[in-house]
Design a protein around this ligand. Structure first.
Ligand code: AMP
Length: 190
């Protein structure tokens, strides 16, 4: 099964994507994790994207598209988390998945209000010390989500692929909602 998970920072997207992938034996392909790993090991990619991540800005579309193409070609079943974040990325994703014959089965949206998102991100900053969880960086990331990623949500809603789930409950509650939302989708496929 191939699932795309969308939602603002602080929606619990990463946690739910990990649970979903683990439970179904799918790869969890998270662009934020891939980029942070590149920064941590000081690769050329890491040096290039580090200042962008620190500001909470978006990495250029062409770089992201190349990065994700290589990863998705390797996987049959996956939960895609953090990509696409812009309409050009979404268009590129559709084309590349059609090219490699691996269309998406479902597009999930975790809905949370900005107040909940900011509260969760601020708590995570204290726990994990992520440099992009500083208050002004959080505000920038949420602004970019509304401006550039919400049109991606609307694109999938428009083609009838979007399944929206309330993301404001506990981890367990949201996971249950996701399971019931997915139970009618792509049954039996991987
Ligand atoms: P995340 O962990 O998904 O919030 O991603 C952390 C950071 O990585 C983001 O704030 C962006 O700077 C960068 N990033 C991750 N995915 C993308 C993407 N699809 N397009 C552009 N930048 C991205």
């Amino acid at each position: 099964m191939r699932i795309l998970i969308l939602g603002p920072q602080g929606s619990g997207k990463g946690t739910q994507a990990r649970l979903l992938a683990g439970g179904r034996g799918l790869a969890h392909v998270a662009t934020g994790d891939i980029l942070r790993a590149a920064v941590a090991n000081g690769s050329e990619l890491g040096r290039r994207v580090r200042p962008i991540l620190e500001r909470g800005d978006l990495v250029p579309d062409d770089l992201m598209i190349e990065l994700i193409r290589e990863r998705l070609e390797e996987e049959d079943g996956f939960v895609l988390d953090g990509f696409p974040r812009t309409v050009p990325q979404a268009e590129a994703l559709d084309t590349m998945l059609a090219d490699i014959g691996k269309p998406l089965d479902a597009v999930l949206l975790l809905e949370v209000g900005d107040d909940v998102a900011v509260r969760r991100l601020t708590a995570r900053a204290a726990e994990e010390g992520r440099t992009d969880d500083a208050p002004e960086v959080i505000a920038n990331r949420l602004r970019l989500y509304h401006e550039l990623t919400e049109p991606v949500v609307e694109r999938y809603r428009g083609i009838g692929m979007l399944v929206a789930v309330d993301g404001e409950g506990s981890v367990e509650e949201v996971a249950e909602e996701i399971e019931s939302a997915l139970s009618g989708v792509g049954a039996g496929s991987r």
